[in-house]
Design a protein around this ligand. Sequence first.
Ligand code: PEP
Length: 259
Amino acid sequence: MSPIKKKLIIGNWKMNLTVHEASIFVHTLSQSIAVHRDVEVVLAPTLLALQPISLQIDRRQFKLAAQNFYWRDQGAFTGEVSAAQLRGLVEYALVGHSERRHVFHEHDKDIRSKVQAAVRNGIRPVLCIGETAHERSSGETADVLHDQLLGGLANVTSEELGQVVIAYEPVWAIGTGNNATPDDVKKAVRAIRRQIEHLYGQKAANEIRVLYGGSVTPESAATYLATDGIDGLLVGGASLSGPSFTAIVGLAHHEGEAA
Ligand code: PEP
């Protein structure tokens, strides 16, 4: 059985809200989301808003995540931002999000380099993995998770693994309103932890944080939060609504109290 950990709720705002709108939204959230010792709330706004929001937030209430970055630390890479440049600004960074894999054609090689760059720069990578609808219907979910974990975590040492968070995000559930069933999630999390155990041992498998993401709403959040082996949620669409995101954080707090 997994040890009790703080629930981690990450709001991925994707390419939404201007810097000004993001700042107003953070202000709104700061009024509605209470600080709970058993819940860590992380906001992933547009890269442009990270700096101003970092000056605006109380880090006991919110931490920040980058939605993306480049894996080299510096150099002639026009238009890119590195983990070295994000160091100190963000605590987390999404890596391997399905939109990066499928829209921008990032492969395991890029993803593993990003995981390493994050760890090297003291940023916790949130490694997103998940199968497509086709892979699911072909019964390949466990193989996909296996390959994406192996690909993303290559060269990550046992010590560095402590910084890594895994997000199980079935591609067919992201932004579609199609929820994974608790049974789907339970099976996937079991496969993930088994793979971590195989690579890093039982203790690491118990300790690593595993999130679920994919069309989470206040109506579905409690079920996922209560699913064995799930330590939190990666929320896209619903994180752009103050009332919805506040409700999801509140549910995570109640789940923590119930555990
Ligand atoms: C996401 O962006 O990681 C995500 C899970 O989005 P949504 O909640 O909108 O499906």
